[in-house]
Design a protein around this ligand. Sequence first.
Ligand SMILES: NC(=O)c1ccc[n+]([C@@H]2O[C@H](COP(=O)([O-])OP(=O)(O)OC[C@H]3O[C@@H](n4cnc5c(N)ncnc54)[C@H](O)[C@@H]3O)[C@@H](O)[C@H]2O)c1
Length: 260
Amino acid sequence: MKKKLLITGASGKVGWSLTKRLRETGRYEIAATDLEADEAKEIAALDMTDAEQVRRAARGVDTVLHIGWAEDEEDFLGKVLPVNVTGAYHIYEAAREAGVRRVVFASSNHATGFYSSEESVGPEDPYRPDSFYGLSKCYIELLGRLYADKHGLSSFNVRIGNYPGDRPPASERAMKIWISERDLASLFVCCIEADPSIDFLSLYGTSANLENYYDIGYLKELIGYVPQDDAAELREEAERLYGGLKNDDTPLQGGGYASR
Ligand SMILES: NC(=O)c1ccc[n+]([C@@H]2O[C@H](COP(=O)([O-])OP(=O)(O)OC[C@H]3O[C@@H](n4cnc5c(N)ncnc54)[C@H](O)[C@@H]3O)[C@@H](O)[C@H]2O)c1
């Protein structure tokens, strides 16, 4: 039987790319959702701040891909907290109640953005969020830890690097953390299909970039992720398109988010 996936934020950049690619595999039954319905894309309405809606959507689901997000660094109390943090709580709580097997959460490199660009960082290193955005990712990752430990809900946190959609990476920093559309889809499939005994995992999600802030080679053995693309192959195209690559204004991995 096909695994049923619930995808939140399916109209967004990451969510739509995953929805398209995962549909193409034919392997899954997919419930794609976003704040507003989109008939043409077969996306249903689901507001993740509404506990009852989320509870209904989680029934019969094997894996939740929690991608939905409202980004507003200037509005922690009005946006980050009620939409992202409380919304994530509704997702994990509904998943627990419905007996969902695994939640794969779209976390971010900004959970560790205050590390220097000279350092290589791994998921075992302490959090160093560079923003309220990054801080809320740390909280939600730990929400996953709690639900894994306490309720046996397998929780994966994919700290996505930079996914600019169908455009090449636009800055020197983005070149080091870029992930292509096909690698993004392949990584999420690896997370969905990873050994059921892995109850908790945080990992960085990038392509096989020649220069990379993260060592991701171990993911091949752990979950079978073998990225195919390298941002370096897009450098010329990016320089032509943007008239040169932007240089980031801090020597920190979080780039602009880490500016004080
Ligand atoms: N794109 C990147 O480079 C990147 C990098 C690191 C992490 N991420 C993470 O990936 C996720 C998706 O990023 P994106 O770039 O696709 O963002 P996006 O803004 O394009 O998509 C977010 C989607 O969430 C939806 N949403 C907002 N409020 C909602 C609500 N209350 N209920 C349901 N859906 C709601 C929006 O309508 C939107 O379609 C985010 O969690 C982000 O932190 C993205």
